[in-house]
Write a protein that binds this ligand. Structure first.
Ligand code: DAT
Length: 175
């Protein structure tokens, strides 16, 4: 199917854990009536993983199973996909790739509050410092659809949801 034949857009919301992907995606889904897909939850619910990674303290996601599971609904359009990785989804799925970013001290506090510590905490802070997700997104999608947005404060969330809602409302399927 051609990239632009869907009737509603698909948006990928990515970034380091803790930057506000789920909060932003959920509010954006409420504002636009698009469907929020939290990949972490989907992987757990549908067992789309190859077991548990003790070192990183998370499921080992099976990327092929995730892509198979989503193919039909992504083809339909109208989805907000929320995940801390972006290089294994087909490029043709997305009309916008939003990379949320958070200042290091703010992210450190958020992840500490979430109970992250030791290597898990420092790996994620390093991931944000080195803009790993922004680079991954730019390497995986056309640069003109990759949008970095600051997500430090509640005001940032409101502004980001507003900007993205306007974009969704003005999006037109190609004729
Ligand atoms: P993610 O889905 O990227 O892991 P989240 O949406 O679960 O992040 O948010 C993690 C926590 O941080 C949660 O308690 C909400 C809070 N938070 C996220 N973005 C924020 C922001 N821009 N301003 C204030 N709090 C924020």
């Amino acid at each position: 199917m051609a990239q632009n034949s869907r009737k509603k857009p698909n948006i990928l919301v990515t970034g380091t854990p803790g930057v506000g992907k789920t909060t932003t995606s959920s509010l954006l889904a409420d504002a636009t009536q698009l469907h929020h897909i939290n990949i972490g939850e989907l992987v757990k619910q549908k067992n789309l993983h190859d077991g548990w990674d003790d070192e990183f303290d998370c499921h080992i996601i099976n990327e092929d199973l995730v892509c198979d599971e989503l193919e039909d609904i992504m083809e339909e359009g109208g989805n907000i996909v929320d995940y801390h990785g972006c290089d294994f989804f087909p490029e043709r799925w997305f009309d916008r790739v939003v990379v949320l970013q958070t200042s290091n001290p703010v992210l450190y506090d958020r992840l500490s509050n979430r109970g992250y510590q030791g290597a898990k905490l420092s790996n994620n802070i390093e991931c944000e410092i080195f803009q790993v997700l922004l680079e991954e997104a730019k390497g995986s999608y056309p640069e003109d659809i990759v949008i970095p947005l600051l997500s430090d404060s509640v005001e940032d969330i409101s502004r980001n949801v507003g900007v993205l809602t306007d974009w969704v409302r003005s999006w037109q399927p190609a004729s």
